[in-house]
Design a protein around this ligand. Structure first.
Ligand SMILES: Cc1cc2nc3c(=O)[nH]c(=O)nc-3n(C[C@H](O)[C@H](O)[C@H](O)COP(=O)(O)OP(=O)(O)OC[C@H]3O[C@@H](n4cnc5c(N)ncnc54)[C@H](O)[C@@H]3O)c2cc1C
Ligand SMILES: NC(=O)c1ccc[n+]([C@@H]2O[C@H](COP(=O)([O-])OP(=O)(O)OC[C@H]3O[C@@H](n4cnc5c(N)ncnc54)[C@H](O)[C@@H]3O)[C@@H](O)[C@H]2O)c1
Length: 472
């Protein structure tokens, strides 16, 4: 079989793979993008976009209900069918024509089918018609195959036909009751969404909620979920799961038995590397692919891994940031141009280490960037954290009656810069970019005093945090 040659082959056309290919093509390389499902990946069809579309209507309704004068105009309940229909418009009914058009318009060769390494720099694609296409890369191959839901080894769980995040984000009807195993981002967001649809939600977490974040985040989200009618079981293991027809019964370590129409497993992710021929190039199928900061897989000069599959930060925006660095560095190396691979250089993803922003779209939202107090201490920084109740800020009190929220700023005491910030409260997500800039730019606190937040906005929480810290 004659091979088709490209400068770059990208395996997986999720948000990250698309961006690597686009960047490299913009820099003058040729690129083939291999996709066996939908161009746009998990994020567009079963993750970020549909999940946020499911969450937004209830948030808008809550926002109106929190303002006297507007509240009186809200006379009905959430229209769940309309919510699902709006969600479908974001996923284009799980049709990727527009994304394929974009990719081809950008000069990227889209190859449909399942790709596997068959030699170094060589990928064989099994096409939907049963054929094969052989691709050879002149310079680099990027693995951008993403991640799958992890199904833990709980007695009977696999046989109980559990929902994963895919089912929760693409459901055409909402169940009467839903048990959720897990306490992370997917579990809390989907508990929030389904509780708003009137589904009877029971969330079972073996620890607290949102474990890697500041502790008050998980506590406030748990309280809000309970207020929304969900049952939240913390520090509770699930020991046994059984399906009987239309219902599933779960037993917990505390001896409690929970019966629901569906069970959603939201216990983290596993890399999609089991069936991509990794053994052919000396790697172990099923492993995460560890990279250096230029996203090159350790031990290779031609193999890169971007997005979820490298396990650096399982977030679309962070994967796309990696994609920009990877696409640019692959082009620079291919063209013999200088590589800028020092910390914060053009060709590295330095921010992955200690400056990752994330919003959990629960209600209240959790917006965080950088290190938590615990993580900063563990990393050896000499730190001080200051907290402030966001509801005391004038802008917050105008924004919503009885606004409840908490902010924390973690300061590096030696350099007097912000290492991390967390905001928990209604509509705090838009506060995050200011915090990200402060963390990435390592703005000294005495200069931050000159970044005056407009009055009366919720951003004034920055001034309150600085005042609470005390002027250095
Ligand atoms: C419910 C949920 C909600 C989320 N919400 C957010 C959010 O709000 N914000 C955020 O930043 N992140 C969110 N995430 C995380 C986000 O979805 C991922 O970080 C992101 O999709 C990773 O992008 P990726 O391109 O690395 O992988 P993916 O999006 O998984 O794309 C990988 C692509 O590779 C293809 N592929 C895999 N193997 C092969 C092969 N052998 N041959 C051909 N094609 C292959 C797949 O079909 C897929 O299209 C969410 C995740 C979940 C589960
Ligand atoms: N808004 C967002 O940015 C967003 C939304 C959803 C998902 N995501 C990303 O998707 C990824 C996956 O999310 P997730 O919620 O599945 O993972 P997660 O890592 O956030 O949470 C996993 C949860 O499962 C629990 N768990 C793990 N193994 C278990 C077991 N054997 N039994 C019981 N509980 C177990 C953990 O204690 C934790 O509570 C995350 O890394 C996240 O960054 C992001």
């Amino acid at each position: 079989m004659a091979a088709k040659e490209y400068d770059l082959i990208v395996l997986g056309a999720g948000p990250v793979g698309e961006n690597v290919a686009d960047r490299a093509v913009q820099r003058g390389l040729t690129a083939a993008l291999v996709e066996h499902e939908l161009v746009g990946g998990e994020c567009s069809y079963w993750a970020c976009m549909p999940s946020k579309a499911l969450l937004r209507p209830a948030q808008a309704l809550r926002a109106a209900r929190q303002v006297e004068g507007a509240r009186e105009a809200v006379t009905g309940a959430l229209d769940v069918a309309a919510v699902l229909a709006r969600r479908d418009s974001f996923t284009h009914d799980w049709n990727d024509d527009s994304q394929v058009r974009w990719a081809e318009g950008a000069g990227i060769a889209v190859v449909r089918g399942h790709g596997r390494f068959t030699a170094a720099k060589e990928v064989t694609v099994s096409t939907p018609d049963g054929g094969e296409v052989l691709l050879r890369a002149r310079h680099a191959v990027v693995v951008s195959t993403g991640s799958d839901p992890l199904i833990p080894d709980i007695d009977g769980l696999r046989d109980a036909d559990p929902w994963t995040s895919r089912d929760a984000t693409s459901a055409k009807v909402t169940p009467e009751s839903l048990a959720i195993i897990g306490g992370g981002v997917v579990a809390t967001e989907m508990a929030t969404a389904y509780a708003s649809f009137g589904t009877e939600v029971t969330l079972i977490s073996r620890g607290g909620l949102l474990a890697g974040m500041e502790p008050f985040a998980g506590e406030m989200v748990a309280e809000a979920l309970r207020d929304a009618g969900a049952k939240v079981l913390l520090q509770t293991g699930t020991t046994r799961v059984r399906r009987a027809g239309e219902s599933v019964t779960l037993e917990t370590g505390d001896g409690e038995s929970i019966t629901a129409q569906e069970v959603l497993v939201a216990t983290g992710r596993t890399p999609r590397t089991r069936d991509i021929g990794l053994d052919t190039v000396g790697l172990t199928p099923g492993d995460w692919l560890e990279t250096d900061d230029t996203l090159r897989v350790k031990g290779f000069d031609w193999l890169y891994a971007t997005g979820d599959v490298n396990h650096r930060a399982l977030l679309t925006h962070q994967g796309k940031y990696q994609a920009r660095a990877a696409g640019d560095v692959i082009a620079a190396r291919a063209q013999g141009r200088p590589v800028s691979d020092g910390a914060w250089g053009t060709h590295v993803a330095t921010a992955d280490h200690e400056a990752v922003p994330q919003v959990t779209f629960t209600d209240p939202e959790v917006a965080s960037v950088g290190l938590t107090l615990r993580a900063a201490t563990a990393a050896g920084y000499r730190v001080r954290a200051v907290d402030y109740e966001i509801g005391y800020v004038a802008g917050a009190s105008v924004h919503a009656d009885g606004y409840k929220g908490t902010a924390r700023m973690v300061v590096d005491e030696d350099r007097k810069v912000v290492l991390g910030a967390t905001f928990v409260g209604p509509d705090v997500s838009e506060l995050l970019q200011a915090a990200t800039i402060a963390v990435v730019a390592q703005v000294p606190l005495d200069r931050l005093w000159h970044a005056v937040p407009a009055y009366p906005t919720i951003n004034e929480v920055w001034l309150r945090l600085l005042e609470t810290y005390g002027r250095p």
